[in-house]
Write a protein of this length. Structure first.
Length: 198
């Protein structure tokens, strides 16, 4: 199994790159997010990879981060989401943003992806929400000793998820929850509702 590819960039296209690794040119399909991290042709690049084997083909997909690759693996477990649709989904934003959208139940975020309808977007939320929540809770819990203020932990968790400290405070204003995880979930729902209303 090919887990990663390092070498010189030979070809750089909107949907794929070719990397020369030890004299072999590997063609990797990539999201637009990963493409931003791939340098110009002639320079060295490193991509995490996922090999998908089908009856009639072998396809290699490249990712700039393990987080993106892990989300790709999750997405293709959902019925109706194949590798191409998963890559299109990953092109819609950073892996962390997409994880937040799943946790917040923001189905509209996924309906904007070509090849994903209302039913499939809802299936993504239903099937992946719990799996994603575990990863987000780990981030929220980072650095939090028992007995720490849940609101402070929730704010730190939102900052770990990429929100600015002031933005995290604003999202937590008026939300209620027993623990830090509840507060983060409520804040993410609030953020999704604000995006949908915009």
């Amino acid at each position: 199994m090919i887990a990663a590819v390092r070498g010189e960039v030979m070809v750089r296209r909107p949907d794929h790159v070719v990397i020369d690794a030890g004299g072999v040119g590997y063609r990797l399909a990539v999201s637009s997010e990963t493409l931003k991290a791939v340098p110009a042709t002639g320079r060295d690049a490193f991509l995490h990879a996922e090999l998908i084997s089908r009856d009639d083909s072998l396809s290699l997909y490249g990712f700039s981060s393990e987080e993106e690759r892990d989300l790709f693996r999750l997405l293709i477990t959902v019925s109706g989401v194949g590798p191409k649709v998963a890559i299109a989904t990953l092109s819609g934003g950073g892996a962390r943003d997409l994880l937040r959208a799943i946790a917040a139940g923001d189905a509209k975020r996924f309906q904007a992806v070509p090849g994903i309808g209302k039913r499939t977007s809802e299936r993504i939320i239903v099937e992946l929400r719990e799996k994603v929540a575990g990863a987000l809770e780990e981030e929220v819990a980072l650095g939090g000793a028992e007995g720490d203020d849940p609101r402070t932990l929730a704010r730190d968790g939102l900052v770990n998820l990429g929100y600015a400290p002031l933005e995290a405070e604003q999202l937590l204003d008026g939300v209620e929850g027993g623990g830090a995880e509840d507060l983060v979930a409520a804040a993410l729902r609030k953020a999704a509702a604000a995006r949908n209303a915009a």
